[in-house]
Ligand binder design. Sequence first.
Ligand code: FES
Length: 207
Amino acid sequence: MVCSGAGCVSSGCREVRDALVQGVMEFGLKEEIKVIETGCIGSCDLGPIVVVYPEGVFYQKVKPEDARRIAEEHLFKGRVVERLLYAEPATTKLIPTFKEIDFFKLQEKIVLRNCGLIDPMNIEEYIAREGYEGLAKALTQMSREEVVEGVFRSGLRGGEGPAFPRAPNGDSPSRRRAARNTWSATPMRETPGPSWTGAFWRATPTA
Ligand code: FES
């Protein structure tokens, strides 16, 4: 996985990716190794970042010439390139894998839990990690009232930039009831959401 978030792009991840792809070809690994670009992994100051799975070995500040080295040493010969590992600042101890680094270990990612783990351009990888299960449940097992109640209970926020609550009109019982009645009694249509949110479509009451 080559991190291709904005931070890593600015520090040269595209060149690293190209060198890695070239190294994979050069060492005859193209049937076994996929080089995938991911979204921001979260530690932009260490970029460009390359993570090699299945072990999750975390390489930092990778340069194009290092990428060839990773291809030869790690991907071809199976030896970790220690020079590129993350070192714990206080002890300078090398931390080989992503999950052992405190910065990641102490976080619980929710919405971005798959970032850096799957190919964001491959919908099947998302589905394999339970993607869309909530949608499937809402469409096949829940009534409209239950969906509305679920949105209230979730405390879900965001969508218009400053993290407005997704549930309309606050959280008092009367507002809840009013929203539930409106949402459950009104036919919904799909309308384009604001483009800057990345939520392209959302359900909106037709009246
Ligand atoms: S952009 Fe690569 S870690 Fe944030």
